[in-house]
Unconditional design. Structure first.
Length: 240
């Protein structure tokens, strides 16, 4: 019996797997081998032809991990967090209190701005609160990404409404443009994508025109960032 090692791979973008040494029949080495590896289910099958014997031989390797592409349902399965331990009570309390305070302050500002026909409490800021207070180190929660996305996506919404008017086409085009904008600039911030839809459907924002790029999205984020600094300080210095 002899041993050999095969390296099997795929086209560009696929992973390469090193197959451990296999014990193949000694007779198979009496002539050159023509290995024909392929994936069958979750097994790696090595088919080869021996030139001298004119026979096809096959060996099946059962991998220790799945080498096949993940199934469609894998993305829907619950995957527990890899956190080393359960967060302490203070790490839950302070972000929650920060979100409460943020919405309370935004609501108070709404009362003050109501006589002028303005509103600053919008749904996207609720999603921004979750990012800033719950996952402050996430890429989408970084200040540069947040403000770039908030200002750019809001401006895209106004532009789409100005060119295409209210309707489904303006909504589709604006969301698609926002996704392209965030990918191109490297500032992915999901809550900002809802700003164009909010402008197109919200008649109360139309009078703002391109000022909508700064208010209420970016302006509200400034307030949330200030509260986030307080929350981070409390998390760091008051643990229980």
């Amino acid at each position: 019996m002899s041993s050999t090692t095969f390296v099997c791979g795929g086209n560009c973008g696929t992973n390469y797997y090193m197959v451990p040494p296999l014990s193949l029949p000694k007779s198979s080495f009496s002539s050159p081998l023509l290995p024909l590896p392929f994936i069958k289910g979750k097994r790696l099958v090595l088919d080869y032809w021996t030139v001298s014997h004119k026979r096809r031989r096959g060996h099946v390797v059962v991998a220790s991990s799945d080498v096949a592409s993940p199934s469609f349902w894998d993305g829907w399965k619950f995957k527990p967090s890899k956190a080393a331990s359960t967060p302490c009570f203070s790490d839950i309390l302070w972000p929650s209190a920060g979100a409460f305070a943020a919405m309370a302050l935004l609501g108070k500002l709404d009362q003050l701005l109501a006589p002028k026909g303005l509103s600053i409490t919008i749904a996207p800021l609720g999603a921004v609160s979750a990012l800033l207070f719950a996952t402050p180190s996430a890429p989408s929660a970084q200040k540069y990404s947040m403000f770039m996305a908030q200002i750019g996506c809001a401006a895209i919404g106004v532009l789409a409404f100005t060119i295409l008017g209210p309707g489904l086409l303006a909504k589709c085009a604006s969301v698609a443009a926002c996704v392209a904008y965030m990918i191109y600039t490297g500032t992915v911030h999901p809550p900002a994508v809802s700003l164009p839809l909010l402008f197109i459907d919200g008649a109360k924002f139309h009078h703002l025109n391109f000022w909508y790029a700064l208010y209420p999205g970016a302006a509200g984020c400034i307030l949330l960032c200030l509260i986030q600094e307080v929350v981070l300080y409390l998390k760091e210095n008051f643990k229980f």
